[in-house]
Write a protein that binds this ligand. Sequence first.
Ligand code: ZN
Length: 216
Amino acid sequence: MSLYDKVFSHNKEWVQKQLDIDPTYFSEMAKNQAPDFLYIGCSDSRVSPDAFMGIKPGDVFIHRNIANLVPNNDISSLAVLQYAVESLRVKHVIVCGHYGCGGVKASVSHDDYGYMNTWLRNIQDVYRIHRDELDAIEDSEERHRRLVELNVREQCLNVMKLSFVQKRLFESQDIKVHGWVYDLSNGQLTDTKVSLADLEPNLNIYRFNDAALTSL
Ligand SMILES: [Zn+2]
């Protein structure tokens, strides 16, 4: 049986197994979603948040793209963010990069990746911002790992730049932004401890109440 066909036989077995455990599993699941987490990660097939986070359906709202980017003009990731933050009221936004990321590696090569060149320019900007630190690292693997970490940090900053995220960060103070790195070679997940205080000087913080607006 091909892997393709196995998907459908697995699905039949999985549905039956879930119903045997709980006959209301799907009918309850269909009613609502109230995830605590928004996870923004890389599309890499080896990076599976379901597996390494131990999550089940309904726990995490997920957005994935090449190299876990949140560009300022990317309607797809911004729409996901706004819906998760304003409507689902997630408590944690996670940007998760991974060592060994092909997108991050491609961004610093001189190869032509066609349409992807434009997307990867976002990481080239991260490199430019941190050029002094990165160029000082002689070992290419270490330099790659540091770029992965800095890319996560910059994407967290892009998340925090959004007015609807700032509203939750500074007004209701009921949301946190986290930068994680997953290591493909050993399965370990690290919280890089992105700090709001650290990033705040780089943010244009919006004013939300009417009194503040009329004083502009
Ligand atoms: Zn990747």
